[in-house]
Design a protein around this ligand. Structure first.
Ligand code: SF4
Length: 590
């Protein structure tokens, strides 16, 4: 390589041709002189200017419909429960698919090795995880060209504003660096709406696809939460996990056997040009009115209800918040935090993916409300052009109404699943309430990551007596999380009783993170014990009396037995004792 500095390119006019008064020529001369001077200084300082190679999105082969039968769609990044159900949904739609295993530290290292430096932590984990899985296929004996030909990766994408917008490029770069150049990455745009079918014909991102995925995610959320509600109180260790495994296998098969609703062949002929619209409406109606999954969910509920639990164990409730991936994954990506918390005696309140989905709808509604139907940069027509103004107003109201309807339908479907599973899970939080409480600390229009949610959830769960402690899992290098960290200082000083701990997740530092959590958990445990003692004193009951009452009422040892939440009482045991006291009083009154 030549060590001679390369002069930066610049127009070099012939000074003899300069026209006095020609601004562009004078500018050219200035630029030429600047370039000369820059070159002189670089030569003096021994600085070399190297040619830079910008990463360009490679032109990929399409994943076409005729390849479906011999192509496997890879996906991942959620909990194994969500992934299992998504797997079932995709199988039901006729795809071959596989979930990549939960990302571990080796995946993180692979991400660092093959991707760019300076990314946020989930990028390393998820990108490295895909590379690691493909390497595993190769080690199993599959030739690289076959892997590239027979597998595609499906993931969510966005255009920012945080590093999430770079994920697609990162996948492609790391795959190229790892020798899998040409491996296909399919993107589902988060803001792309219900029909993204035109993106890749091999993967039809149509209404059936979205309904299948949404059902899978909603069921995954609800079943996952039941696991975290039962496990800390199970009398027989491992019973919850056993039921969970069986239940997930069963639900997977139910989803895989479900076929999308279709219009009857004769009706298609009869309706001719309206057949597509009719089928679209029919699918929606079937989703809203049908109860395909309800009997299956009830069976799973009954299996969970066979587990014996002891609600009188005093445990601090730890609400998990933070960045989407870090708060969802159940592995090295968040230092296996949920298992650690349960080992340390806590009850974990996990974050459902449903909150994120309603948040995204909510943000679009806010944008429309702010813009009042005007496109970016557009000017409102003068007041006398009434018809134009009316048209803008109508379009805006129409869009907002549709989104609000979508929000309401989504919540209804979510809660339908929750109810079929016994109704013991937490309802989706109202996004307008989160916005109201979070906005004074973090501008609710600031997008990226979890936006104002991190701050709002901290206040919500602490103020509504739903958690003794809030643990925010924030990935190393996460831009929005760093921003909300600043706002959390103001939140914590405004709400003095809050036990809040932000933990930065990374590929290293597990011991340090666990020890910080242990310290905060100590405070939360003390809070839970004090609360329990106060409830015993208030009700005049002893622990032995409560145990005797539970033995006399064995139905209360079942997870599906409903214990109401009492104002000012957080813990499961404290709420249970309050409930026992109420029932004793009621029995006396009768
Ligand atoms: S929210 Fe944070 S961690 Fe997640 S993609 Fe954006 S920058 Fe990365």
């Amino acid at each position: 390589m030549s060590t001679q500095p390369v002069a930066p390119k610049s127009p070099m006019p012939n000074p003899g041709l300069i026209q006095i008064g020609s601004v562009s020529s004078i500018e050219s001369v200035i630029q030429a002189r600047l370039a000369e001077e820059r070159l002189r200084l670089m030569t003096e300082a021994g600085v070399q200017q190297r040619q830079t190679h910008q990463f360009k999105r490679p032109v990929e082969r399409f994943f076409t419909k005729d390849q479906r039968g011999r192509t496997t769609i890879l996906f991942g990044g959620l909990t194994w429960k969500h992934e299992k159900l998504v797997h079932g949904a995709l199988e039901g739609l006729g795809y071959h698919c596989e979930a990549v295993p939960t990302a571990n530290v080796a995946a993180f290292q692979a991400g660092k090795e093959f991707g760019n430096n300076g990314q946020c932590n989930p990028t390393y984990f998820t990108v490295g995880n895909l590379v690691q899985y493909l390497q595993h296929l190769e080690n199993e004996g599959m030739p690289k060209p076959d892997i590239i030909d027979r597998y595609v990766f499906f993931t969510a994408g966005a255009c920012g504003p945080c590093r999430f917008g770079m994920y697609e490029a990162e996948y492609r770069l790391a795959l190229r660096n790892a020798g899998f150049d040409g491996f296909r990455v399919l993107l589902f745009q988060q803001s792309g709406g219900l029909n993204q079918a035109e993106a890749e014909a091999g993967l039809d991102m149509n209404l059936d696809f979205f309904l299948g995925i949404l059902n899978a995610l909603n069921m995954g959320d609800s079943v996952n939460e039941i696991g975290y509600l039962c496990r800390p109180f199970e009398v027989e260790e491992g019973a919850t996990e056993r039921v969970m495994d069986e239940g997930m296998d069963y639900l997977h098969d139910v989803m895989a056997q479900k076929r999308p609703w279709k219009l009857n062949g004769n009706l298609v002929k009869y309706l001719a040009g309206f057949a597509d619209t009719a089928e679209y409406i029919g699918k929606f109606v079937e989703q809203l009115k049908g109860d395909d999954y309800v009997p299956a969910l009830r069976k799973v509920r009954d299996r969970f209800d066979s587990i014996e639990i002891d609600r009188l164990r005093v445990k601090p409730i730890v609400k998990i918040t933070g960045e989407f991936w870090a708060q969802t994954t159940e592995g090295d990506g968040n230092f296996n935090m949920f298992k650690f918390l349960e080992r340390e005696g806590a009850q974990v309140l996990v974050e459902p993916i449903g909150t994120w989905i309603t948040y995204m709808i909510h943000q679009v509604v806010q944008r429309y409300n702010d813009h009042k139907g005007l496109e970016e940069g557009a000017v409102l027509p003068p007041a006398w052009k009434l018809h134009k103004r009316a048209k803008i107003e109508w379009t805006y109201r129409n869009k907002v109404a549709k989104l609000r309807l979508a929000e309401a339908i989504f919540k209804r479907e979510y809660h339908k699943i929750q109810d079929a599973l016994g109704g013991i899970g937490h309802r989706l939080i109202d996004q307008y309430e989160l916005q109201r409480i979070g906005h004074p600390f973090y501008n609710s229009r600031a997008g990226g990551g979890e936006g104002h949610l991190e701050v709002a959830k901290n206040i919500y769960y602490s103020n509504k007596d739903l958690a003794h402690m809030v643990l925010s899992l924030k990935p190393f290098g996460c831009m929005p999380s760093t921003q909300s960290d600043g706002a959390q200082s103001a939140v914590v000083s405004a709400y003095k009783d809050m036990v809040y701990l932000p933990v930065e997740t990374s590929g290293e530092g597990e011991i340090n993170a666990h020890s910080r959590v242990q310290m905060a958990l100590g405070e939360a445990k003390a809070k839970a014990k004090t609360e329990f003692a106060a409830v015993l004193e208030k009700t005049g009951l002893t622990l032995d009396q409560c145990r005797a009452w539970v033995d006399a009422h064995p139905e209360t040892k079942r997870p599906m037995y409903h214990v109401p939440h009492h104002h000012g009482v957080i813990g499961t045991a404290a709420n249970f004792v309050t409930h026992i006291a109420e029932r004793i009083q009621k029995a006396k009154a009768n």
